[in-house]
Ligand binder design. Structure first.
Ligand code: ZN
Length: 225
């Protein structure tokens, strides 16, 4: 059976991506990163719950505390307030973690080489997103090329590593609908940037999620303040 690594943050998009990878016929290995973010413990819980739900045996949890040392983002630095009700803002918000996806993908590529996975699934999305530059299609294509050039995947005759972003062109509404179709357990996921027990309902991540459920005519099963 072919194997894929899913970047499973514990958020709703990552859960839908895991469901898509399984539906594509892959044996899924799940990667989760702790980087000192405010909701680290809640996201890790969501990761474990989703792995249990999907019977994912192969898991890797990596602490990338150095992102905490680097800082520069409100997701980690509590002296920078997380923007509230600012989802319409067109600038890159301070919740952007500098090159986080680049760091995470690099770890995933290393792991893929070791465990023999030939695909990496990422929940990157450019439609209903906060406009982070490391989620763009161009970036992911360039990263895939770099990953193949810099690993054993690039040797002639070997299979190529694919970076798959099946949600890249979907609205949040369509992500919810795709998840519903694949019976994703949304109640196990966590998206809020700010809180660990009851979602704030005001950060970009909560607002995009709530709007997606609303437009899909569905109820978001997690608790909101
Ligand atoms: Zn929130």
């Amino acid at each position: 059976m072919k194997k894929a690594i899913v970047l499973l943050s514990g958020g709703m998009d990552s859960a839908v991506v895991a469901a898509v990878a399984l539906n594509d016929g892959y044996d899924v290995a799940a990667l989760h990163l702790n980087y000192g973010q405010r909701t680290q413990s809640r996201e890790l819980q969501a990761f474990y719950d989703l792995c249990e739900y999907y019977s994912i045996q192969e898991k890797l949890i990596v602490d990338i505390e150095y992102l905490n040392q680097i800082g520069g983002t409100s997701l980690i630095d509590k002296s920078i307030p997380i923007p509230k009700n600012a989802v319409e803002n067109t600038q890159i918000p301070n919740t952007y973690v500098p090159f986080r996806n680049g760091n995470i993908l690099a770890i995933a590529v290393s792991w893929a080489e070791v465990i023999g996975a030939d695909a990496i699934y990422i929940g990157a999305n450019t439609i209903d997103s906060s406009g982070y530059p490391d989620t763009s299609k161009e970036f992911l294509e360039a990263f895939e090329l770099a990953a193949n050039l810099g690993t054993k995947f690039g040797i002639a005759g070997s299979s190529k590593l694919k970076i798959k972003a099946p949600l890249i062109d979907l609205s949040k509404k369509d992500i919810v609908l795709t998840g519903k179709e694949l019976n994703v357990p949304f109640e196990l996921t966590w998206s809020c940037y700010e809180d660990n027990e009851i979602a704030c309902g005001e950060c970009d991540s909560c607002l995009l999620r709530l709007r997606g459920f609303q437009e899909a005519g569905a109820i978001d099963p997690i608790p909101y303040r």
